[in-house]
Design a protein around this ligand. Structure first.
Ligand SMILES: [Zn+2]
Length: 165
């Protein structure tokens, strides 16, 4: 992991107080794992905040939670509304950092890194959240050309009845 990435992790974690120390450490660890598999280092806490501010859902969700206006909570977050907290402008869902849509692809790409399977991608991203995450991670592994060519997702690509044992 590059020094730059370390700074990013420290930075992001420093931006979220209110989540207990243990959670903070877990979050740092999780982001570190995500960041160490990518060379991209222009994702900073400031950028995360900026993208959260301009995200079509999170920018509506944040004031709705702060002001307690349940009706304004976007549909994707309605069921989770009691699990949402805001720290230093960043949105947390059950203590997991909410990923703005604009950064989602980057996180998925970073998590897939060395062509990891969906379960491993889940583990790497266990402390970040976005609606439909599991589906997106599976889809990434399923549609990755390198994985397809390596036959990694043979099972998932065949109809159930034709699975090779
Ligand atoms: Zn792959």
């Amino acid at each position: 992991m590059s020094d730059n990435a370390r700074v990013v992790v420290k930075d992001v974690v420093a931006s979220q107080n209110g989540v207990g120390t243990t959670d903070g450490e877990k979050l740092a660890e999780s982001l570190a794992k995500v960041l160490q598999v990518t060379e991209q280092t222009d994702i900073t806490a400031a950028k995360w905040l900026k993208e959260t501010n301009s995200d079509p859902e999170l920018s509506i969700l944040r004031p709705a939670i702060i002001d307690g206006k349940e009706k304004e909570v976007p549909l994707n977050y309605k069921l989770l509304k009691d699990e949402i907290s805001i720290d230093m402008g960043l949105v947390f869902v059950s203590g997991k950092l909410a990923v703005p849509k604009s950064l989602k692809e980057w996180v998925i790409q970073a998590a897939h890194g060395d062509h990891l399977a969906p379960q491993k991608m889940e583990k790497l991203t266990e402390l970040v959240y976005w609606p439909g995450k599991s589906k997106d991670l599976k889809e990434k592994a399923r549609s990755c050309l390198t994985c397809v060519q390596a036959g990694k997702n043979l099972h998932t690509m065949l109809p159930t009845t034709e699975k090779i044992n």
